[in-house]
Design a binder for this molecule. Sequence first.
Ligand SMILES: Cc1cc2nc3c(=O)[nH]c(=O)nc-3n(C[C@H](O)[C@H](O)[C@H](O)COP(=O)(O)OP(=O)(O)OC[C@H]3O[C@@H](n4cnc5c(N)ncnc54)[C@H](O)[C@@H]3O)c2cc1C
Length: 390
Amino acid sequence: MAISKIFENTEVAFRLKSDSELERAYFLFKMISHEPLVRIGTAATNFALKARLPVEGLIRSTVFDHFCGGVNEEDCLPVIDRMYAKGVSSVLDYSVEGKEIESHFDAAMEKTLKIINFADEKKSMPIAVFKPTGFGRFHLYQKKGEGKPFTPKEQEEWERVVARFDKVCKLAKEKDVEILIDSEQSWMQDAADDLCEAMMRKYNTGVPVVYNTLQLYRWDRLDYLKSLHKRAKKDGFTVGAKIVRGAYMEKERERAEEEGYESPICATKEATDLNFDETLEYILRNLDTISLFIGTHNEQSCYLAMQLMADLGIDKSDNRVWFGQLYGMSDHISFNLAEHGYNVAKYVPFGPVKDVMPYLIRRAEENTSVAGQTSRELSLIKTERKRRKL
Ligand SMILES: Cc1cc2nc3c(=O)[nH]c(=O)nc-3n(C[C@H](O)[C@H](O)[C@H](O)COP(=O)(O)OP(=O)(O)OC[C@H]3O[C@@H](n4cnc5c(N)ncnc54)[C@H](O)[C@@H]3O)c2cc1C
């Protein structure tokens, strides 16, 4: 049976947006479709924040409110409830980045624990998330992954990172809340992968609770998944896999070139797409031992997942398959999938305005550089404006 095209329904896509919110979204995507504007805007914003100029209000009423749920978790509740009324769940994402001191790592862990406890009480938040570098220093992961010996002090520091992972995964297991662990740059990822595997061994004893992220712009990830899967079957644990294409392509290529090693990134976009699709299929064919979270804004990948689910007789609402998009992006995918009975969750970033700037800048740059993505958002908004006028 062929899957029907469901993403063109803009009425469903934007029904949570008032006319003025729709106008703001239009204005925003129009602005960030201009690369020079994003570059100048980013530099000006960074400067203004450093110089303590009063720009927070402006950021808040434009990019921030579009891409973030609020400055703290309570702030996000109205957004979460409104989305859930339309069948879309939320993954609260504490998006403060680049703070490399112990007190911040502890604070990020406490936030994640709080969100898991929060999620336990609310059906609208069945999943939580954290970033490895939210719990420990980037260079510590890198050193660990490279197999270089730690000093006694670093060893203690590493043990605190392991303890943070463990505390969060343990609570997730107790509360039956799935925990997604984001992936970052490849040169710190080996150590994070090993830690994720250790958590899966401990806590994925039945239906998976702990999910690692596979970035499929990396050509080695399907082989990695297959070897992890083999170990899981042999040693009696299950695998949670969040699949994404990957957000650090330019940095990855630059570093590989500078340091003279083979780039870990697929040579072309088509190769990444193929890798993504093959991995998607491998997981859907092994759902008894691997659960799946599909993090993408790519319509074709979503249609493929829907088609494979139908062909393999997997129920649309099977709890082992989730679709995920970021808040403020691709509502036409999220809300139409939910309307048709699929499990969908949106990442809802939150945090103090100036601390989520790296996240916001990544979103602006992504919407500038990803050919087609912004123009797609713009054309969908235009269609919806026209429909509302009629
Ligand atoms: C819910 C969710 C969670 C996410 N979590 C993470 C995470 O943990 N870690 C992370 O790194 N990213 C994460 N991302 C971001 C993600 O990796 C992508 O950057 C983003 O979603 C765009 O990819 P796409 O599949 O939506 O769509 P598309 O627009 O189809 O793909 C764009 C992507 O394709 C790849 N690509 C583009 N050009 C080329 C090229 N020339 N050669 C090879 N590959 C190319 C890049 O990865 C680029 O980001 C997440 C995204 C979502 C929606």
